[in-house]
Design a protein around this ligand. Sequence first.
Ligand code: SIN
Length: 511
Amino acid sequence: MKVLVVGAGIAGLTAALRADALGHEVEVIVKGVLGGGCTAHAQGGIAGEYGPGDSAALHALDTMHAGDGHGDPVAIAALVDGAHAALEALIDAGVPFDRAPDGALARGLEAAHSLPRIAHAGGDATGRAISDALTARLRMSGVRVREHAFAAGLLTRDGRATGIRLLDGTPVAGDAVVLATGGAGQLHPFTTNPAGATGDGIAMALRAGAAVADLEFVQFHPTVLAGSDAFLISEAVRGAGAVLRDADGRRFLLDEHPDGELAPRDVVARAVARRALAQGSPVLLDATALGAARLASRFPTIDAELRRRGFDWSREPVPVSPAAHYLMGGVVTDIDGRTTVPGLWAVGETARTGVHGANRLASNSLLEGAVFGARVAEALQAPAPNADSGAFPSQFVPLSHRLSGTDRDPDVVSDVTHETHRDPGRSADGFSREALQRVMWENVGLLRYDAGLATAVATLSGWQEPSARTAAAQEDANLLVVARAAASAALARTDSLGAHFRQSPALIGAR
Ligand code: SIN
């Protein structure tokens, strides 16, 4: 079988390597270069190393709890039950996980985990270690790699995916298309995600009529360096004992949740934003109790970067604020990565497997990529489940009926490219990436209210999707398609749940 894998983070690389090992002809397509995506930025680690008193069942419970009860228990069971094999596979691939003095994997703690169970590498450079190891494996494998190739549309015939169309118009045929393009952090002006996180796979799937879900659930990380380019200070720092203080030096999180700084991430992010708004300045992350030597050895990347920027965090607290970090929703899949479009698969942040519910548990994302990447590869040749198997519950109705004519992919209709070319930048109707990000940040951000959400939906639907030959314009178009779906989903969900939090407009606006 010819398998096209679009994207090369942990999910795409795992799927590609496993499919190659199973004898498929595999081609990986990335719009940039290998190693350039989100995975390499992951600091905290990968959940699933169970020490004394811990178990997959407890991990499942924590995952469901962090997700505010919205997770899918079957998908969560697949995630945690696959953790051991996923970690072993990464070790076999050469990932140098940190070890305790007795030789066992070191286990870190992050928010909403009952026990320390996060395996990490290079202290706070886990994503880089994983990306490097898997990329090296890929280079040695028989997998064909196409870099600087932007997958711009899905090719279909009789409702089945038959390949992709590159931005330059080149068709690439495949029996299976696996979308592993990551999330859409660039929907917001402040994000921990790299510049390429523009929702490409989700937009492609939406245009093809695939079901998406849970796009209203965007996770904001509470602790990026304030006033910076959203430089992330890992939650593992709080897991190691750092605390958050207000301008008076008080640990204000204890007023919000009994777990204080280690409450679920959505709770901490909202508290941080509200406190900053109330006091008119960012809150402070105080890691001074950890001491200079521990900070440097356990968090070498963060330590070096903070010092490079003039902060000695061993002596003084540093200002932090929230930034967009992770999209819980995405292209609806069953637990083997099948989407509602035959021949189209999705994995990693692009997919909505149901494991994250309304708020992802820390360090479950690398785990999801590793576990479900392998599951996709194993399932490629398995017969599709019957329509009545319950794999796709009836609430997952494709959103395609909500797409405007320009949102729909011409490939899906005719397998040909129709483009009217326009350069990115501000369009006649006021659209620009910056304008979109502002609308999303102000109205579909950490704190939401009815009128703001309605304004966002109206503004986004009034903009025409850029149709252009450049990668930047394609990214803009993809962001607009995903933003519309996310804002509509947020407006439609009238109650607060997990990361989707609706409240009074008087409390909005902090950063
Ligand atoms: C972090 O290191 O704080 C991020 C970990 C994650 O998003 O799971």
